[in-house]
Structures are given as C-alpha cells and as structure tokens.
Design a protein around this ligand. Structure first.
Ligand code: GLA
Length: 395
C-alpha cells in the first residue's frame, strides 16, 4: 500500500517540483455498505467515505495551462485549458483533465494551475480512487480560480468527466459520497433526485474492508454490459408499463408478472436491481432502529444476488465473504463496488476487529494462496480544503 504524506511533505514535494507555495485539498475514497449497481438505475445506495484519500496540492498559473504531476505514477502531463482532450486510453491524467474539461463545459472560468496529486487509496480495489482524484482536482481547480459551487453539482460534473471524457459509464455514487461524506455516518442517496440523508453507524461497530488483491480484466467491459442489460430490461418492461423510466420504477411483482416476456438473463439482472433497492431501504430501517441482527441477512442476500443474478462476483470475493461469515463479532459481509475482484465490506463489533482481521487474512491466504490487505477505517468526512496559501501567486 502507498504511504500517506503529511500536508507538510506534500507542500515540500510541490515546491521541489514547481518552485512555489501551494494550497492543499483532499477527497476520500469510499466503501458501499449496500445498494450495488443500483445508482445507474435511478435507485438507492448506502456508502460511507473512508479515511483513505487523494491529495492535491495546487497553485494558479497565469498562462492558461494545466501542469499535473502524479506522484503515484511518477509522471507529469501538461495541457492547455482551451484544448483539452483525452491523453491516450486509460491514462491516469484523463481523470483530472476530464474534470477541468467538465468544469469548463459548465461555464466555469478556470485559471491555469500547477497540481501535484498523491493518494493512498489502493488502485483497482473498488474503493473509488478515480472518483477521489476527480473530486480533489475539482476542489483544487475551483478554489485556485476563486470559484465555489454546490457539492452535488460538483459530484455531477465529476461524473460527467468520467462518463464523457474518460469513457466509463459510471453512476453518481462514488463522486457523490466523496463530496458528501460525513464522519461516523453512511449516506442514503436517492440517485434519481439526489436527495440524501446521513444515517449514523451504531456505536461499537467498525467498517472492515478486506481486499482480495485481485482485479479481473472483465471489470470495465462487463460493467458497461450490465448497464446495457438493465436498459434492455426497461425497454422490454415499458411495453407493459409505459410509465416506467428506470428499474427503480418497477416492483418485484410487476417483474414476476412479466417474466415470460424477458430473456432469462435480463430477468435476473432486473431482479437484482429491484430487490437490492428494497434491501437498501430495509438496511436503513435496521440502522435507525438499532436492529443489527436484520443486517446480516440483508448483506448476505445482497452478495448472493450480485453473485447469482447480476454475475459480478468472483471466486476470491465469495471465499472472503464465506470466511467472514463464520467469524465471531461479524454483523454482516458482502462484496462492495463494481465487482470482479476488489474488496468486501464487513460490519464488525469493535471488540472483535483485531481477531476478525487476523483470522480472515490467515484463512484467505490458506484458501487462495494470496495475501489480502485488511483496512479498518472510520466513516469519514467528504472532500475539504486542508490548507490555503494566502500569499500572492508567484510570477
Ligand atoms: C462503480 C461505479 C459506481 C457504481 C458501482 C456499483 O463503483 O463507479 O457508480 O455503479 O460500481 O454499485
């Protein structure tokens, strides 16, 4: 795992590279407790921001250029704000450049900037390191240009950057929680209206994230395929229910009534989304009433639905969840994020966390031959400015 820099070290690295003082911003990664593959179906999600961050140190430039250095990739790119275009396929710089592009498309008069990006969110682990890069960059660019915007609008612009500039058809969850995270809380988000409420995580529980350390190649192509299958489901169901716009609008009984008119695979995809939305609402009720025993079956059913109906799990995720299920102190476990590898999320009684982490790591290694990483993270606040350099920009 990457080591976290202190703000002071980050300022020194910035000065060594760009020769000036800087301001510092940071945006967190996230873990999703329940509500997977529901965001792009106008549904409900329940993520928390985690204490792993993308940091951006930035200072303005007067020549309309963006010069962005990634510490993680040890590479610098330069671009003109007036002619932004993607930099090769899957290049890291497309995330920050895409954010500048989306902000400009929305009419924000940005200054040029030098930006130094560094992060400790594990890459490819399904903890939204890309959304954190986007949100940290957006905070830096706006602040350095003397602009402020609403956090929800900012999340939408970062999503637009990823959809249209990077070319990944992701939903709004990751950018939204990176902007709106709140310490000790999960966020119930209605991905259609963007109405949201924070729900307190009951005292005495911790979020334990278990990284399988695998990322199967299928992830991005299968993600887009799942989206298309959901859209196909909506098109077919609209014949019977012309008023529906998304799977969010369909009930389980409506789906079951029209089972015959859907190919089996499309039926299963729709069933996952519809039942998962219900599970999110039940999980929120369980949290609010402190009814923790209700969470275990909800998280387990979510995992099974993702494995069997949505087909986005993999052997390593299933093994990790099975191992967690028999550990003392576990409240609930499931895969989290897009799937095909990455992490599981576990709600664990605080007193049991260290044994849980050790046992899961040992059992997973012996079953798979892989060494997992286990992260214990508090639910954390969303993106913020950490330090503002108030001296005049240097020439
Ligand atoms: C990825 C996407 C999100 C969401 C999840 C699955 O993290 O970025 O928008 O669709 O997968 O729930």
């Amino acid at each position: 795992m990457l080591s976290l820099k202190t703000p002071h070290q980050l300022l020194e690295s910035f000065r060594a590279r760009f020769g000036s003082a800087a301001s510092i911003y940071r945006a967190p990664g996230r873990v999703n407790l329940i509500g997977e593959h529901t965001d792009y179906n106008d549904g409900f999600v329940l993520p928390a921001a985690i204490a792993f961050y993308c940091w951006a140190a930035a200072a303005p430039r007067r020549d309309g250029k963006l010069v962005i250095h990634s510490e993680n990739f040890d590479e610098t790119v330069q671009a003109d704000l007036d002619s932004l275009s993607p930099f090769g396929k899957k290049h890291w710089s497309n995330y920050p450049l895409g954010v500048a592009w989306a902000l400009r498309q929305a009419g924000k008069p940005l200054f040029g900037a030098n930006i130094y990006i560094a992060g400790d969110i594990p890459f490819g682990a399904g903890l939204s390191s890309s959304a954190a890069v986007e949100v940290a960059t957006a905070f830096a660019l706006l602040s350095q240009s003397g602009l402020t915007i609403d956090r929800s609008e900012l999340a939408q612009l970062c999503q637009k950057a990823e959809n249209e500039f990077v070319g990944a058809r992701v939903g709004i969850m990751d950018q939204f929680i990176s902007c709106h995270g709140h310490a000790s809380h999960v966020l119930l988000l209605d991905c259609r209206s963007l109405e949201h409420q924070w729900v307190k995580i009951p005292e005495g529980l911790q979020l334990v994230i278990c990284n399988t350390m695998v990322k199967h190649e299928l992830a991005s192509s299968e993600y887009n395929a799942r989206r298309s299958e959901c859209e196909e489901g909506v098109r077919l169901l609209q014949r019977a229910f012309p008023e529906i716009h998304a799977l969010r609008d369909v009930t389980l009984s409506q789906l079951q009534e029209h089972r015959e008119s859907l190919p089996p695979k499309i039926f299963s995809r729709c069933r996952h989304v519809i039942t998962e939305n219900e599970r999110v609402k039940s999980a929120v009720e369980a949290f609010r009433h402190g009814n923790l025993t209700a969470l275990a079956p909800l998280m387990r059913d979510s995992h099974c639905s993702l494995r069997d109906d949505y087909e986005v799990s993999c052997r390593e995720l299933d093994v990790m969840v099975e191992i967690a299920a028999v550990q003392p102190g576990l409240i609930g476990a499931r895969m989290t994020g897009g799937g095909f590898g990455g992490c599981t999320v576990n709600l664990v009684e605080s007193a049991a966390v260290s044994n849980f982490s050790r046992n899961v790591a040992e059992a997973y290694s012996s079953k798979t031959g892989l060494s997992p990483e286990i992260y214990v993270s508090p639910a954390s606040d969303g993106a913020e400015q950490i330090f503002l350099n108030e001296s005049k920009p240097e020439e």
